[in-house]
Design a protein around this ligand. Structure first.
Ligand code: SF4
Length: 76
């Protein structure tokens, strides 16, 4: 079975660019005030999620291995 990732968005820094939802439409959605939310708190590891985290201009997206504090992005 592949890894599962915990997906978090720090909405105190999100500027609503929408890049994450464009990169991973299954992973993120913007609310009515253009704040990004993970569609699911945990999701299967995927290139799209990683690309979304990497594309965020303010590094608002954090990915961790589910059930642990081990970072996926940003790396340690
Ligand atoms: S890419 Fe970053 S700043 Fe842009 S909407 Fe997503 S979380 Fe917010």
């Amino acid at each position: 079975m592949g890894d599962r990732w915990r997906v978090e968005v720090d909405r105190s820094v999100c500027i609503g660019s929408g890049l994450c939802a464009a990169s991973a439409p299954d992973g993120f959605r913007l609310d009515s005030v253009r704040q990004s939310h993970p569609v699911q708190d945990e999701a299967d590891a995927s290139e799209a999620l990683l690309a979304a985290a990497e594309s965020c201009p303010v590094e608002a997206i954090a990915l961790h291995l589910a059930g642990s504090s081990e970072p996926v992005f940003p790396p340690d």
